[in-house]
Write a protein that binds this ligand. Sequence first.
Ligand code: DAH
Length: 339
Amino acid sequence: MIAKINQLLEEVEALKAANAEELEALRIKYLSKKGAINDLMADFRNVAAEQKKEVGMRLNELKAKAQEKINALKEQFETQENGACELDLTRSAYPIEMGTRHPLSIVKNEIIDIFARLGFSIAEGPEIEDDWHVFSALNFAEDHPARDMQDTFFIESHPDILLRTHTSSVQTRAMEVSQPPIRIICPGRVYRNEAISYRAHCFFHQVEALYVDKDVSFTDLKQVLLLFAKEMFGADTKIRLRPSYFPFTEPSAEMDISCNICGGKGCPFCKHTGWVEILGCGMVDPNVLEANGIDSKIYSGYALGMGVERITNLKYQVKDLRMFSENDTRFLKEFEAAY
Ligand code: DAH
């Protein structure tokens, strides 16, 4: 028996395990109920009485050593695993590429910045709108073609609900909840029922501006437009206003800037006119002020609205509108340095 114990002691001293499974196999072999040590324990009662004391002590010693050894091996594994964690925990598992700001966001932010410096603050409204805020409160006649299904996405089961076709709807939302002075800039996405091509999309982005106060005149509008054009396209930029028509402004105008690609000399981009159109504007029609709870005898205002894609195209000459919504990272990465 003593010889057996000594042999097992030697074995236990030399135990090695490469992984947790091997270790568990060793534990079962030596320390489980059916393990080698328990087998010896079971034999203990056959030991001669005078040897019992010594054998008993040696057996206990063996069991303790085996337990100790197994525990030591186990600890070694655990510290090895923790050891891996002692590496730099802040290191990412794989390289994360930095995203880039979308060109439309870059340009939208630039527009906002320019107007913010003039005291305009941002106002937002819902993209899913109702007829009142998009059309009626903006003086659109009942039979205005923009109300046609051809141009506007309506909710089939509820023809009063539609996707806004312009951010001018935010004007009405701002006016109905506040009194002048109102000086807001409204960036946002708009929707129109257009076939998608390189020059048209069913959604795009606009920025609208509205200023209502006492004694606001067309001169104020013109000055803001000139400043905006110079800030956005460079100090040499010239502007010109052409008479136009919008239901919500009277008088209305469209603004061209001197073509920033050829500097006004004429090129294919400006169709050799030297001018490119960038926005619509005008004095807020008194009907619109009244419809939105503002006294048109006391207050007047101007409004303007521009397409963010259009401005972005002018700045970066993106030839295909679809590029803006396809999320091709090769395209998006070109704007890495732009902000
Ligand atoms: N809402 C017009 C459009 O979508 C743009 C516009 C024109 C906005 C004139 C205005 C404005 O505020 O005064 O085409």
